[in-house]
Design a protein around this ligand. Sequence first.
Ligand code: PSV
Ligand code: MN
Length: 399
Amino acid sequence: MNRKTLDRALKALNSFRIETPSWGYADTGTRFGKFFQDAAAIDLNDKLADAGQVHRLTGCCPTVAVHVLWDFKKGEDPKAVARRARKHGVRIGSINPNLFQDQCYKWGSFGNPDAAVRRRALKHCVDSIKIARAVESEYLSLWFADGTNYPGQDSIRARKKRFEDGLRACHKKLAPGMTMLVEYKPFEPAFYQTDIGDWGMAYLLAKKAGPRAKVLVDTGHHYLAQNIEQIVAFLLDENMLGGFHFNDRRYSDDDLTLGSIDPYQVFRIFHEIHFFAADRGKMPEIAYMIDQSHNEKPKIEATIQTVVMAQELYLKAALVDHVALRAAQARNDVVSAELELKKAFFTDVSPALLAWRKKHGLPADPLKEHRRSGYERKAAKERKARRITLGITQGGSYA
Ligand code: PSV
Ligand code: MN
């Protein structure tokens, strides 16, 4: 890598931050069961400590996404939570209201036919905005499980109208400087129609909600053959791309670690962002976030692996020669244009990453350093003992 390329790479890395999710540090599973880990976080303090460990080693994860219902106990002082986060070297990032677990949401939240439930959902969002204000978070991140399971179950248009009203009302309550992210998902838990089923629906609803509503792209929330980078390019061009939930998948919303299945797709997504920035002369403001659950891998290791992969792919995409690419496009030279992408994708960026880490006093190999630190072993011992004290039982056995 020559000096100029290295400088470009280092500059790109300086501006890259990725948020880790609190729920990625806790025990998770599938609907068929959970396999527990002694080192998994028990409470929000553990999650923040684990996020702190990831940030200390990688230097690019200063914020943690929180899920209001899972992370905030009733009556918990959000300012105290923000202080605790700072103690662990991180800040609270996006605030995710939970509009899907309470029994009242059986028929939906913002899409529910019952106005009283819709009001309750809105109130929960307003409470979440208050939390955001208290912890100085800029993002309210909305995902709705709303939808129906059978044809004819409810009026699709009536549900759309309820969403338009709910999101507009929520947008009105945003604190100054806040952005509202609207996430889409084609199915699960609803299996006939999801009220915000794709990027077009999310775009339309965000547009109608107000100027501070943007679309959130969760890479796992697409049909298999969908061209995600094209969606990203469209949203960028319309100034409607708010953020990402990164994860990888082989089949559906599998929540596998980023780049474990298809790193080239992530590269292509990052390429669209760098290409857009080169054309506009400015990087767009995007909230890069991870949304994964690690059922078999140790959680911190999986998170570090993800962050390092994201940095590598972001960096590779930053190396695309835009001048050469535009020239190849202008002469319809398909092969050369494609090769420009391939050349960057196959560039070994490890020297640049090493140089960046060295410059910032970070370990050369964050995963190796994490394993060496003994953090996992200590956490497992302490959390196992605490579970016994608290009377938390994990799973069952065949014994
Ligand atoms: C739904 O599948 C989702 O992607 C939403 O972002 C939720 O907040 C998150 O997963 C919960 O794990
Ligand atoms: Mn998500």
